[in-house]
Ligand binder design. Structure first.
Ligand code: KIV
Ligand code: NA
Length: 272
């Protein structure tokens, strides 16, 4: 693909080949995934996996903008979506628009993502009717961890109806896709069948219209804990620690730097 898809192109992938996405926070990571992903999310998960925060609640607009700019420089053919951080959109549609416009202007994101279903429908309609494409996020919404009472599976049993209503509300409000996080497989399949926009699963179902994972989780770079829904495709964190230990050993043994890493007093003659 030469040009990055637009939100409408992602919307049109409903029911087709699954939509591939990952989070990214830095330029090199964005470059590695650019050719393989339909969209890349600058997720507020960066607060936990990069900055060591205990949750996503402490993430700021400035952090999202700094990492959004870095990711932007690494993407050519994947669309970029940036998360709206906690406190930047919940107060009113006007507040949400002001901050979404700033995120899009400063990072050149193609869309923003925000958490919430029925409660955010009015805000999603306000944004999408004013030039801000919105990806919604329902089910486990980590910014609401203090009212959800933990990172539990959402929508089990009778709670499934409310989750279905959330997904329908964001679709009707104009969201071009919706993330379903940590919901039972059966409910994820029902939501995917019922709503007219793509569902992007994380801890949901292979039957969703697409999948997303936090890249540091799937690469084994974030190792504090591993959610059941994470598949580790690599163990880069262990590799990094082994490499660092070897470097420390080499330095203490004066085995690094070697002859190939040091400079002679005279510059070598230029080859012609
Ligand atoms: O912040 C994030 O990484 C996310 C994804 C897990 C969907 O919101
Ligand atoms: Na997020």
């Amino acid at each position: 693909r030469k040009q990055a898809p637009l939100p409408d192109d992602i919307r049109a992938m409903k029911g087709g080949t699954p939509i591939v996405s990952l989070t990214a926070y830095t330029t090199p990571m964005a470059e590695w995934m650019d050719a393989h992903c339909d969209f890349v999310l600058v997720g507020d998960s960066l607060g936990m996996v990069l900055h060591g925060l205990p949750s996503t609640l402490g993430v700021t607009m400035d952090m999202m903008i700094m990492h959004g700019k870095a990711v932007r420089r690494g993407l050519k053919s994947a669309m970029m979506v940036v998360d709206m951080p906690f406190g930047s959109y919940e107060e009113s549609p006007e507040q949400a628009f002001r901050n979404a416009a700033r995120l899009m202007a400063e990072t050149e994101a193609g869309a923003v993502k925000l958490e919430g279903g029925v409660a955010m429908a009015e805000t999603i309609r306000f944004l999408t009717s004013r030039g801000v494409p919105v990806m919604a996020h329902v089910g486990l919404t980590p910014q609401s961890i203090n009212t959800l009472g933990g990172y539990k599976v959402q929508g089990r049993g009778a709670a499934g109806d409310a989750l279905m209503a959330d997904a329908k509300a964001v679709a009707d409000a104009g969201a071009f896709a919706v993330v379903l996080e940590k919901v039972p497989e059966k409910l994820a399949n029902e939501v995917t069948a019922e709503v007219h926009i793509p569902t992007i699963g994380i801890g949901a179902s292979a039957g969703c219209d697409g999948q997303i994972l936090v890249v540091d989780d799937m690469l084994g770079l974030f190792t504090k804990f591993k959610a059941k829904f994470v598949k580790r495709y690599a163990e880069l964190g262990h590799g990094a620690e082994e490499a660092i230990a070897e470097y420390a050993k080499d330095v203490r043994a004066r085995a690094f730097p070697g002859p190939e890493h040091v400079f002679a007093d005279q510059a070598p003659a230029k080859k012609s």
